[in-house]
Design a protein around this ligand. Sequence first.
Ligand SMILES: [Mn+2]
Length: 547
Amino acid sequence: MSNLPVRKNTVYVFGHKNPDTDSTCAAITYAWLKNKLNPDKEYIPAVLGNINSETSYCLEYFGVEKPIKLESLKPKVADMRLERIQPVHEQESILEVVQKIVKTSGKTLPVADNRGRLMGIISITDLVPALISSQQNQLKELEIPISNLLHVLELSKLQGQLEDNIFRGNVYVFSDLTYYSQIAKNGLIICNRHEFGTGFMFSLEPKYIIVADVDDSSLLKPIQDYKGVIFTSKKNIYDLVQAVNLALPVSSLIKKDNLEYFALSEDIEDVKKNLITSKYRSYPVVNDHGKIAGMFSRSNLMEISPKEVILVDHNEKGQSIEGIETNRILEVIDHHRISDFQTMGPLFYRAEPVGSTNTIICKTYLENEMEIPKAMAGLMLSGILSDTLIFKSPTCTPEDKKLAQYLAKIAGVDIQEFGIKMLSKGENLVGIPPKTIITRDMKKFIMGNYKVSVSQVNVGDIDAYQEILGQVKSELESVCKDNDLDLSILMLTSLVMGGTELIIAGEEKWLAQVAFNMEKGKDEVFIEGMFSRKKQVVPKLMAMAYS
Ligand SMILES: [Mn+2]
């Protein structure tokens, strides 16, 4: 163990589900900074979904690779320290298996077929009867691989040709035989040095002869005319008889029914549930192809340390990765409200009411006097321009503007030119299913007695979407119903048009109709100067819902 290279602890840095430019760029730029500030750990930027076309444009523009996509960070069986073991094969001798099994912590070993796949399990308790009864065993009708006999009885061949891989027959001790005895076909006779060479022995026509107590086989003369195989061993007769029983293959002792085993890809949580009703102490683990990967015991389950993460651009459980409650959150860098946030331990939490998470990250670079590389400056700028809609959003603060201008210089781009280009790469909604348009960036809120969703999409020219508006409206109704919501709102926000088209659906439409002075009976309205869900839509609805 100690000669393995020390692996750095991995920390995943990621933004919310349905990643946007701010959250994706924040994950990358913050991970980069953390890797510089703390080389003891490895910070890996990640996203929790597909990267949109606006973000792809920014990454390509500044020559930065897409972050990895994470589905879940729930601890898996693969995260456990598995015991590396040599699986048992059916034909292996009882002796060999006992020697292997006593070295394992669970005193249990998996049995592999000839392709390495799990076919059974054997534990020390399964072997005990074979060990105790060995002396009483009839030495009759045995089936033992020759290789087991050679190994366990410590045989060396004196003469003859081995034709079979398996010995099938009876074993006789020569001194037990009388002149009236006959032996079955293919028999094996064990004798001592003095008995060896007796004419009577050869008249019985054994297929194999083992001569016991032979330290130097060169003292024995080969027997002319004998067609069988002669071995010698240093062991005495008594030990050889015992050893025959220990050379038997373990095949008949293997448990093959109701095997309990786990796959590398299984969640630890599920494993724990299964173990409640299980009586075993250790279990085989297989990979995706059913091949044996190792063993684990109950105590290994306790050793799993939670995966470490840093959340950027979000703090709500519902917007984060599946199983976030099992992770250790080291830090949160965010510019959103705090709603249902709970952690296992203390953490570094930085939240500021600015227009973009990347503004906060840029400040962190400056506070640490870290020189900002061109690509990182470009990505931080992209995040700010995207979230503030090039400073037009009411969430934009003077600080966002000031730092964006500073970053644009390093990145070598013109803010307006780059910003418009970037945002126009945004949603080209034509051809995208209405359901995707609605659910890609949908946030749910509980407002008093009402359950509300607000989705937002940036579009170029709203007029261009008039054609699909009908479809989008009916889809919004079904999304509202399917999610058991009272009101669903879709914001089609356009920088070009200078505002947002609000589309509403659901039983409690009146909330929105009153909040946004919509004409009675209408379910859509264009509101000039509206860009922000967070500042211009949610608070107004909240005020209505609680009034
Ligand atoms: Mn953001």
